[in-house]
Structures are given as C-alpha cells and as structure tokens.
Ligand binder design. Structure first.
Ligand SMILES: [Zn+2]
Length: 78
C-alpha cells in the first residue's frame, strides 16, 4: 500500500489515503472531496473549484493527473 494526503492530491487537508494503485487512490480522494464538499467545507470547496478550473482544459488536467500518477509511482510502499 502507498500513502498520499488529501493535500498532495489537490485537496485541502492532511487526511491520508492508502491504496495499491493510483486509480484507486484517485477514487478515494474524489470520494473524500465529494463528502467534504457536501458538508460545505470551505477549504475543500475552494480546492474543488480549482480542480474544476483545471478540468476546463483537458491538456492541463491530463498533465496534472500524470504528474500525480508519477508522484504516486515514485512513492515507496508502506
Ligand atoms: Zn481533505
């Protein structure tokens, strides 16, 4: 298992996520973000707005995603 924090994945807190693959951790992060968003957490609202901006440009979104994937791949297993 590898560990990344909400902050590292474009979020807004230090909550740690654990997963074996990047796709898995991205999914956990997304669910966490959605949950916080629904709770009306201001920091996560801001973080999500930033991601929405990024998503307007598929290239920028892809670059961001790939850089995070590399970051995940370079991590050592827990
Ligand atoms: Zn968070």
């Amino acid at each position: 298992m590898k560990t990344m924090t909400c902050n590292q994945l474009g979020g807004a807190c230090n909550e740690e996520f654990h997963a074996n693959t990047f796709d898995e951790i991205a999914e956990i992060s997304k669910n966490h973000g959605t949950e916080k968003f629904q709770m009306g957490d201001e920091q996560h609202l801001k973080a999500m707005n930033k991601m929405m901006e990024l998503m307007k440009s598929p290239d920028a979104m892809n670059d961001w995603f790939e850089s995070k994937r590399k970051e995940f791949d370079s991590l050592t297993e827990d």
